[in-house]
Design a protein around this ligand. Structure first.
Ligand code: FAD
Length: 454
């Protein structure tokens, strides 16, 4: 199966139809309200499967939609339908959300395997693979890598990883069934599922993952050298300044933190010619929080207290700003005596008053307005910032501002914190207590690298 050249591309003003998973709901229906978080979670989980799979929802309570809902024979809410290019339909009625997630998702990803039988879009590869296809793969394709996921026939991992990697170039993913004896023997496979990576020179290696599961395979494959996101871009509303991670991911660098601190204090916060009113209060509040919690060198502490002169310097500023606030929330959480809400409200105030990227500030304010006041403990304030930073990462992933060499990933990725990740019914989930432990260790003074020479 050779991948055909695209007839239409992302620059064409049309939407390539793949499989559509549609929830027919009524805004007044209690079950639908109850089910919405599940449908939303699934939509987030498979957002990168577009354009092969597109999730949607239609409100049958709206008069404008009544004809459509009746054409589809909707008699109860919520009802899920998975349609492939309008030729075949499968429908499920939701009695409980969890069951539906585990049913609809395989239905959606299962479509990837039969492109011919229902006019699937060219973007969807057939993923199960024979020994002959593996042998001739690199002769027929320009890809740098072929990933093989060995699995039992009732497993969906291979299909899901194939869909996860759909938008990425230089790699193809195929599932190999455990009944494919020649391949199982050739690779010495004893565990199902397990993943292998084949290179153009004929060599191969086992995918070194902590858990044999979809999100671990996908993360590893996306971070391989030479793997880039293709031309299909997700629709994101955000565009703001993007900077590549100045910080190597396993350590915090004091030089970077100080440089962001410096930029925020000396450039951004002093951009208004006169600081007064709310801006002055925000500035004072920011400096007071830094004095309390920023684990700086004595000279920096003195500087913070005196706000004396330092050289002007810009480097990785937004990244440094996130890092500073993560550090501050963690430090405040360790400090039992202090009020836990002050760091988040200081950050909100700072971003609203000074953060140079207007659109970023507006997005941040919208997130804060929605949920920041609900934060009810020190630990929750650490988690609020972490999860909302991830919300920004997710919004920017695949957008125009993403640096292909530094993809916006949900953080911390599995190689940084394997214990932070798990899968529930095939959907990635965080192990929140492990995330808390990780954040406290990562954003601790002990993890700050002080060598200014590097
Ligand atoms: P960053 O996202 O800046 O992260 C810095 C470091 O923090 C990473 O290297 C990593 O070690 C760590 N990290 C990553 N994720 C998390 C997490 N969830 N929890 C804890 N630590 C983490 N840009 C836009 O284009 N649109 C926007 O709307 C937008 N809003 C922003 C709002 C705020 C308040 C800030 C500070 C920045 C915003 N930005 C926005 C900029 C954007 O979020 C990034 O800062 C920028 O693109 C640089 O990204 P980066 O890859 O260097 O890492």
């Amino acid at each position: 199966w050779a991948r055909p050249g695209p007839l239409y591309t992302a620059s064409d003003p049309l939407e390539l139809l793949g499989a559509w998973a549609v929830e027919f709901f009524a805004s007044w229906c209690g079950h639908c309200i109850h089910f919405a978080p599940t449908w939303r979670a699934l939509a987030h989980d498979i957002r990168e499967w577009r354009p092969a799979v597109i999730m949607a929802a239609i409100d049958c309570a709206s008069e404008d939609n009544q004809q459509v809902c009746s054409d589809f024979g909707i008699t109860g809410f919520p009802t899920m339908k998975v349609r492939l290019c309008f030729f075949r339909a499968f429908s499920k009625k939701a009695e409980d959300g969890i069951r539906i997630t585990s049913e609809v998702k395989p239905l959606v990803s299962g479509r990837a395997e039969h492109p011919a039988d229902a006019q699937a879009p060219a973007a969807v590869p057939p993923v199960s693979c024979s020994a002959e296809e593996v042998r001739t793969f690199f002769q027929r394709n320009k890809d740098q890598y072929l990933a093989l996921i060995f699995e039992k026939s009732n497993s969906f991992v291979g299909r899901e990883v194939a869909l996860d990697m759909l938008q990425f170039e230089n790699i193809a993913v195929r599932r190999v069934l455990s009944s494919e004896e020649e391949l199982v023997e050739k690779f010495g496979v004893t565990t199902f599922p397990s993943g292998y990576l084949l290179f153009r020179n004929g060599s191969f290696s086992r995918l070194p993952v902590h858990i044999e599961a979809r999100s671990f395979y996908t993360y590893y494959l996306r971070t391989l050298s030479g793997i880039t996101r293709g031309s299909y871009k997700l629709n994101t509303t955000a565009d703001g300044p993007s900077c590549r991670a100045a910080l190597p991911s396993f350590k915090l660098y004091m030089a970077d933190l100080e440089s962001a601190l410096h930029y925020s204090l000396r450039v951004e916060a002093t951009r208004p010619s006169v600081l007064s009113g709310a801006q002055l209060a925000a500035f004072k509040c920011y400096v007071a929080t830094l004095v309390k919690y920023f684990p700086g060198r004595p000279s920096v502490q003195t500087y913070l207290q005196n706000l004396d002169s330092l050289e002007r310097h810009f480097r990785g500023y937004p990244c440094g700003l996130w890092t500073i606030f993560h550090l501050l929330t963690v430090q405040a959480a360790q400090n039992e005596a202090e009020s836990w809400g002050e760091v988040l409200s200081t950050m909100r105030c700072y971003v609203r008053n000074f953060f140079g990227c207007q659109e970023c500030a507006e997005h941040f304010e919208a997130m804060a307005a929605k949920s920041m006041e609900k934060v009810a403990s020190r630990e929750e304030s650490v988690l609020w910032l972490w999860s909302h930073h991830n919300e920004v990462n997710a919004r920017l992933a695949g957008g125009d501002t993403e640096d292909p060499k530094f993809p916006k990933l949900q953080w911390p990725p599995p190689d940084m914190c394997p214990l932070c990740h798990k899968e529930e019914l095939g959907v990635h989930a965080w192990v929140v207590p492990a995330v808390v432990v990780f954040l406290k260790a990562h954003f601790s003074p002990a993890n700050i690298y002080m060598d200014y020479a590097e």
